[in-house]
Design a protein around this ligand. Structure first.
Ligand code: FES
Ligand code: FES
Length: 165
């Protein structure tokens, strides 16, 4: 048994400290928004946030994330007290730019972009290209991905400081 904090909730799982976060999310918790691509830490499809840092769940054992805040694509949007849901600016920008083709890599793309822009909301296009360089898209949606992340950066840089934290 391992105690995890996922998307703001404390969750007990039967997986042990040596089990991988990706399979705990997908197989035990049914959180299939985090995708399996290469399984070797290369493609970025499985990216989640651990204490705000983009992290590859396919090579991360639970021992490395106990006591830390894990955020997955399912927890990226904000839910208001009245139950209303506001998409993260990166999610909205991906929709607005109609980025996905097959969609398989997209939660990893979005989670990588969100972690980066939350730390660097005024990022330049060159910085965004570098930050997103480790996330592969086999459909080749890179032009639209760059457009969406650049638009999200513009939106996030324009927000009041208290909501960009
Ligand atoms: S599935 Fe984790 S980096 Fe490819
Ligand atoms: S949209 Fe198909 S792999 Fe990226």
């Amino acid at each position: 048994m391992t105690q995890l904090n996922i998307n703001g909730a404390s969750v007990e799982v039967t997986a042990g400290p040596g089990d991988l976060l990706l399979w705990t999310l997908r197989d035990e918790l049914g959180m299939i928004g985090t995708r399996y691509g290469c399984g070797a830490g290369i493609c970025g499809s499985c990216t989640v946030h651990v204490d705000g840092v983009a992290t590859r769940a396919c090579i991360t054992p639970l021992a490395a994330v106990e006591g830390k805040q894990i955020r997955t694509i399912e927890g990226l949007a904000a839910t208001g007290a009245d139950g209303s849901v506001t998409l993260h600016p990166v999610q909205q920008a991906f929709i607005d730019a109609q980025v996905p083709q097959c969609g398989w890599c997209m939660s990893g793309q979005i989670m990588t972009a969100a972690a980066y822009l939350e730390a660097q909301p005024a990022a330049s296009e060159e910085q965004i290209v570098e930050a997103m360089g480790g996330n592969y898209c086999r459909c080749g949606c890179y032009v639209r991905i760059l457009r969406a992340v650049t638009n999200a950066a513009t939106a996030m840089a324009a927000r009041p400081a208290e909501v960009t934290a």
